[in-house]
Design a protein around this ligand. Sequence first.
Ligand code: NAD
Ligand code: 6OD
Length: 502
Amino acid sequence: MISVTFFLWNWKMEQNVPSTKILKNYIDGQFVKSEMLFDDISPVDGSLVAHVCEADKNLVDQAVQSAKKALDGEWGEFSVDERCQILHKVADEIERRFDDFVAAEIADTGKAYAQVKNIDIPRGAANFRFFADLAQNQDDKTFEMTTADGRGATNQIIYKPMGVVAVISPWNLPLLLMTWKVAPALASGNTVIVKPSEETPSTATLLAEVMDTVGMPNGVFNLLHGFGPNSAGGYMVEHPDVNAITFTGESSTGKAIMKNAADNLKPVSFELGGKNAAIVFADADFDKAVAGTVRSVFSNCGQVCLCSERVYVERSIFDKFVTALKEKAETIKIGNPEEGADMGPLISKEHREKVLSYFSLALNEGATLITGGKPPVFGNECDNGSFIEPTIWTGLSENARCVKEEIFGPVCHISPFDNVEEVIGKANDSDYGLAAAIWTTDMDKANRVARRMEVGICWVNDWFLRDLRTPFGGVKLSGIGREGGIHSLEFYSEPLTICVKH
Ligand code: NAD
Ligand code: 6OD
């Protein structure tokens, strides 16, 4: 397959046929090809978006060595202010090329325009500004202490970069989640080697172009394309000169990375999967709860780690809520983002097979299908894509695999509850612990229930509302550590205490 692709590419070059885009690695300030190409496929219609140059072990090593060297070069000499000025330029340049980023994210993912224009790309730029400003505004920390001789001592805390940081990111919010880690890592003075998901290499490549344009010193930002084991991701994790790993993706991948990082005791920051609960009390503002739950279940085709896949509704409004959610789900316009659809496809046919396998399993486990449950038929090129209908089930037991396991598609199970203790128990009865959403007008109850949620973030009367100063991450299988605000700067820095005796 790869050699056919390579042949076609050469043939097109010889014939002067406009050739398919080639996405390269970016190492030590140079765009670098490789002969191992893989295809970036549009999930909208199965067409070819680009050929992507996979980084082998040798290229990974070159990237790590350039990142290591850059720590001791010009970048290492930059003041915090200089680092932050260049990160502001990165944000400005992303905004200047806003339309390119929007087009690239849509080409890889097929996401709805509104999602990409209002969330993915603006947050990509905002991450650089936010962490630059935060790093610039850190106070020096000193502690004066008394000593037995009465002369005292001063403890000064210096924050040093960790070194070479490997950033490994997923496909669901490609630019947003990558910059969420790259920006604080650079603001803290590290150098990075970045691997986007093999499904979504385009905006990461544009980010490399941005780094080049703003004059980021060579080796500070390196981009490697490829897969996980026996490819760029695996080689990065195992490399002895990588000093820390920050990863967002599946919990099972997190386990594999942790095992591979263990030999060198590398620090890890993990943002992993979820099986998030939404709790709707009878006293909730009904219309807001329905609209909010539609958003929390179906946004980005259900491919947000924070999406609600388990919805618990107080029994007195259960039937009315199920009917209302079904009606709203059925009005979601699925299709090509170019034609104004509200919801795009799943990321790939492979992922659709996984989601469809849960659709079959749910029926075997005794679910009642309320709506959806299959791929839509368009009668056009979208039938070659990976679309799937918004789907709702009721009637499963709390032990059903479809209620326990992360599906990562536009689907939820709704079940009734009778009292607060029961719903808290059900919401927390999960191997995951990423997020929860509570819908109620009783703020005392909201406060009591929210405090007992075993998650990293609990929204009350909203969902995916983000203040970048707050800690973000999960408990149990949903992650290790927190990023966001000062928590990111803490992960990406090594504190050094200098104790001076007077
Ligand atoms: P994934 O784990 O399959 O892949 C993520 C990245 O890891 C990709 O770049 C992949 O190439 C790389 N990778 C895979 N195996 C590897 C290995 N052994 N060593 C090194 N790198 C490896 O995840 P995905 O399918 O891209 O993303 C979806 C998952 O991510 C879902 O489970 C979702 O919940 C989770 N997620 C979590 C958060 C969060 O903040 N908690 C955010 C977004 C997505
Ligand atoms: O908003 C963020 O900072 C963040 N990390 C979101 C994660 C979304 C998961 O898919």
